[in-house]
Write a protein that binds this ligand. Structure first.
Ligand code: NIG
Ligand code: FE
Length: 403
């Protein structure tokens, strides 16, 4: 199927962020596609033999990519929100058996079907915000059976909804009660059973670890990453969120696609990211919701030309926000990112954070995943929140259905 989208005002993001062209609105453009892949972008493309679709001079960007979510879970943590407002710290709630483990209890008690049903409205909210690709992590099962159930639910979403889904096994998210005082024993289970099972069934594209005082040590993270790499899976980390343990630099040196949160990154850590081509994924929703004060080192990341991605981190404990454009606004207001950096962060750089070389730009050879907006400038995506400016999404050149 050959199709040409006409009357487009396009933001292609087809240049490195240091070059202005990729962020400039190009007027009166056509985008040619064949079998869902872009073949050309330009002003006057030959149209013979193509099906023509006018995008009516709307603003067209690559479909947004949410590169870090924990979308599949059961239960509710609004009670913890109330506790935190009364002064109980997030770490303390976790140490008292709440936090991640409270979501683990609810998620273990839910069936696959229930998990899918709960996740659908969350995914739809992201879709209404222009998202065409979403990463979904497990991490609220903490046993082989329940981690795989979460990953299967995530894969099911892809069959039920018009959205691309990539999955990440986050077995090393917290220590399950069965392994209390035996954290190395749990890491062995993750490496010897969970990762092989997920890899064998094709349920995970990547493996993640929560490297933190209330999570796992850098050594344990390394053990998990080695197992992931033996099974051909990408690696990425939740690192330097609440303290600095050196997890980000270690992950980068091992070839991680991204390190995420990273408020406590040092200058040397930033250099390690730059040297290894690791994306810095900023999660302003969690920073905001935990009322953190430690800023990620945005100036240093810029100076070392480390690509920055922005994601929702959608989860019940630290970021219950199903809006990627809200995160763009927060990335500007809380971290000082420019609207240009934000748009790169939810498209081109987000694709890089997921190892998706075929997404995140409007250029020949890339998947024809677009978001079409009733906006005049791309900066408006970071500037206003809640006005629902999305007109349509296209997935591999086909109009996506939302509802
Ligand atoms: O990305 N940091 C660890 N994991 C999640 C939070 C999980 C939770 O509190 O349920 C995060 O912030
Ligand atoms: Fe997270």
């Amino acid at each position: 199927m050959k199709r040409i989208f006409t009357d487009c005002r396009v933001v292609t993001l087809d240049t490195d962020i240091s070059q202005p062209d990729g962020y400039q609105v190009r007027e009166n453009q056509m985008i040619a596609t064949e079998n869902g892949v872009i073949t050309a972008v330009g002003e006057n493309l030959p149209t013979a033999g193509h099906n023509l679709v006018s995008l009516q001079n709307k603003l067209v960007t690559p479909g947004l990519i949410d590169a870090h979510t924990h979308l599949v879970f059961a239960g509710d943590r609004s009670g913890e929100f109330e506790q935190r407002l009364q002064g109980v710290p997030y770490q303390q709630i976790a140490l008292n058996g709440g936090g991640i483990l409270s979501t683990v209890n609810a998620t273990r008690n839910a069936s696959l079907e229930e998990l899918v049903k709960l996740a659908i409205p969350r995914a739809k909210a992201l879709m209404r915000d222009g998202v065409t690709t979403i990463e979904i992590k497990s991490g609220y099962g903490l046993s082989v059976e329940h981690e795989l159930k979460i990953l299967r639910a995530a894969k099911t979403l892809k069959d039920l909804l018009d959205i691309n889904v990539t999955t990440t096994l986050l077995g090393a998210h917290a220590l399950p009660p069965e392994f209390k005082n035996d954290s190395n024993g749990y890491i062995e289970l993750v490496c010897n059973e969970m990762i092989p099972a997920a890899a064998q069934e094709g349920l995970a594209d990547a493996v993640d670890v929560f490297c933190e005082g209330i999570g796992f040590s850098p050594d344990q993270m390394m053990t998990v990453f080695e197992a992931a790499q033996r099974h051909g899976l990408h690696i990425k980390g939740h690192t330097e969120q609440l303290s600095n343990l050196g997890g980000s630099a270690l992950a980068a040196k091992m070839g991680a696609l991204s390190v995420d949160h990273i408020e406590y990154l040092t200058d040397e850590d930033v250099e390690a990211l730059a040297e290894n081509g690791t994306v810095a994924t900023l999660l302003p929703g969690a920073f905001y919701f935990l009322r953190e004060t430690q800023q990620p080192p945005v100036g240093q990341l810029r100076q070392h030309r480390v690509p920055m991605a922005i994601a929702t981190d959608f989860n019940p404990g630290t970021s219950p926000f199903a809006s990627l454009t809200l995160m763009m606004n927060m990335a500007s207001t809380l971290f000082g990112l420019t609207p240009q950096e934000n748009l790169y962060g939810v498209t081109r750089h987000a694709a890089q954070a997921l190892g998706m070389g075929n997404k995140g730009q409007i250029a020949a050879g890339f998947d024809a995943d677009f978001a079409v907006w009733d906006l005049t400038s791309p900066a408006q995506l970071s500037y206003q929140v809640g006005l629902a400016p999305l007109c349509a999404r296209y997935l591999k050149g086909e109009l996506a259905h939302d509802a």
